[in-house]
Ligand binder design. Structure first.
Ligand SMILES: [Zn+2]
Length: 556
């Protein structure tokens, strides 16, 4: 007994010294019960979710508190991404991040406004030294909001190691989030794996629920090398949201076969989400299967040991067991009895295979030159050798295979043949969605784009200037009783590149909410009232078309 507790003490000391996690150091950043909208590490289209999303009662404006004492080390304001975000560094070596805020507290707000006025820019990225904006634990730092790429009010909260910005699972610090539910299993898949570790569309196993914590599949008749994949979600007690699962472990004949969990990861690893899921299946079915085997090119640090997850069936009878768990240890298990025999399962035939004319060896650099275009593909852009469909047409260049992810940029040069004002490089993806390609024009009149997006590239023209509409006033209005000015701004072709608003000749900080196409200014001390005031607004699109408007308003 004594021996065991000593060992336990030793183990926990060892673990704590490794990660230096002090439970209860950080407090709840909201003054309501914590309910999750999103879990740490859960898969998003192009990354792992790097924090926890807390619900804010479906509204903006809830108080957000500093989770511990420290100082504001970074303020970031962007149209997209985290929107208005605050980074607070703490003496214990961690940084907390609060994102999609509506605003900051008075002290921080006035500090950042000075900078915005100095730079004449709403968007700002600012790092601060230790002694400038200090904060106490549980001090209000701002209000929760919905700014940036947030599609519903919530607080995105992160804990990072200050030194290397590695994102940690905030749940390791013991926030109280009620969770007595086990993770849910939606389906389990089996993959045939060839000698080069290639795999095709998997077959779904039939599962029977034995009890709340155990599922058993039909006996799998299989031979040779196989692997498994799983779809599921984790639900906490106080909401119906389907959040990501914390840990995955699999055993083959009771021997650990693979194990990974979401405790921490580097942001550089984030795009490797495309090696954890079955990317091909995701593109075709919009369902993310988490693979329980390690693909070529999967160098994610989330794995506990050097297991591959592949299985080679040698025994007549064997068993595969998957265990998924949340961080509090609520578990669900799936047992898969295996009989060594020829496959009985029907594997779906890969649909929608694209026609291709180029075989890409992933260990080589490529440089395709055509009359009006050029494509350069560096080695290791993909995970393995792949097929591409590359077609130079008269007015476009097609480079296509929607089922493979890119991990490096390819470079496309495309001749700006017509060379008229408003021309820009556009591209259409495999689904036919058209976008503006952010390119540069070189001195030989070629558009140059570095991109991870495959599709068809061609020249389009945007000759229509952006639209500007005063939203809450008309020219010549009395605004004495109004607290703010709002415009609608819109550009349907290439999109909005920049905007500028001056009142009585002075640059004024308008906030751009791209989700609503709105420019917003609340009257503050930066506005000097002159009774008769003149607003001049200029909006420019990506190709340089400008719209200018001016208005007069009166204010006491
Ligand atoms: Zn989030």
């Amino acid at each position: 007994m004594k021996k065991k507790s000593l060992l336990f003490l030793f183990l926990s000391l060892y673990l704590n010294s490794q990660t230096n996690i002090q439970e209860n150091y950080f407090s709840n950043p909201l003054d309501i019960e914590l309910i999750l909208n999103g879990n740490f590490g859960e898969p998003r289209p192009s990354h792992f979710h790097s924090g926890l999303d807390f619900k804010t009662k479906f509204k903006e404006g809830l108080n957000v508190y500093s989770s511990a004492e420290g100082y504001v080390s970074r303020i970031s304001i962007k149209h997209g991404g985290f929107g208005k975000a605050l980074y607070i560094s703490h003496p214990n070596g961690y940084t907390t991040v609060y994102a999609h805020l509506k605003n900051f507290n008075e002290e921080i707000e006035s500090y950042i406004k000075k900078l915005q006025y100095k730079k004449q820019s709403y968007q700002i990225e600012h790092y601060l030294k230790e002694n400038i904006l200090k904060v106490k634990k549980n001090k209000i730092i701002g209000k929760s909001g919905n700014t940036g790429s947030s599609f519903g009010p919530h607080l995105h909260f992160e804990i990072r190691k200050t030194l290397n910005q590695k994102a940690l699972n905030p749940k390791l610090f013991n926030f109280e989030i009620k969770d007595s539910r086990r993770p849910n299993i939606s389906s389990v898949f089996v993959y045939k794996i060839d000698s080069l570790n290639n795999f095709k569309t998997p077959a779904k196993l039939k599962l029977e629920k034995i009890n709340d914590s155990l599922y058993i599949s039909d006996t799998l008749k299989a031979k040779g090398k196989i692997g498994f994949g799983i779809t599921g979600f984790d639900r906490q007690d106080l909401a119906l949201n389907k959040n990501g699962i914390y840990s995955y472990t699999a055993f083959y004949n009771n021997k650990k076969n693979i194990e990974f969990k979401f405790d921490e990861f580097f942001f550089q690893e984030s795009s490797k989400i495309k090696t954890l899921i079955d990317y091909n299946y995701y593109i075709k079915n919009k369902v993310r299967i988490i693979k329980l085997f390690k693909d070529k090119g999967n160098d994610l640090s989330i794995y506990s040991q050097n297991h591959s997850g592949y299985i080679d069936i040698k025994d007549i009878k064997s068993e595969y067991m998957i265990q998924v768990s949340d961080i509090l240890g609520n578990k669900t298990k799936i047992k898969i009895p295996i009989l060594k025999e020829s496959f009985e399962l029907k594997f779906p035939i890969d649909k929608n295979i694209i026609s291709s004319n180029k075989k890409i060896n992933n260990n080589l650099n490529y440089d395709f030159n055509f009359e009006n275009s050029r494509i350069q593909i560096p080695k290791n852009t993909f995970l393995n050798d792949i097929n591409l469909n590359i077609q130079p047409y008269k007015d476009s260049i097609k480079i296509e295979n929607p089922y493979v992810p890119l991990f490096k940029n390819i470079k496309i040069n495309f001749l700006n043949k017509r060379n008229t004002k408003g021309d820009y490089l556009a591209y259409k993806n495999f689904d036919g969605v058209e976008s503006f390609a952010s390119s540069k024009l070189d001195d030989k009149n070629f558009f140059i784009v570095k991109t991870k997006s495959l599709g068809t590239y061609y020249i389009k023209s945007d000759s229509i200037s952006p639209l500007i509409k005063a939203y809450n006033f008309k020219n010549g209005d009395w605004m004495s009783k109004k607290e703010f000015l709002k415009f609608k701004i819109l550009d349907k072709e290439s999109g909005i590149k920049s905007y500028e608003v001056k009142i009585n000749g002075k640059w004024i900080l308008f906030e751009y909410e791209y989700k609503k196409d709105e420019l917003f200014y609340k009257f503050d001390s930066y506005f000097t009232n002159k009774k008769e005031n003149k607003i001049e607004i200029t909006v420019e699109d990506m190709v340089g078309n400008k719209t200018k408007k001016s208005y007069t308003f009166f204010k006491n």
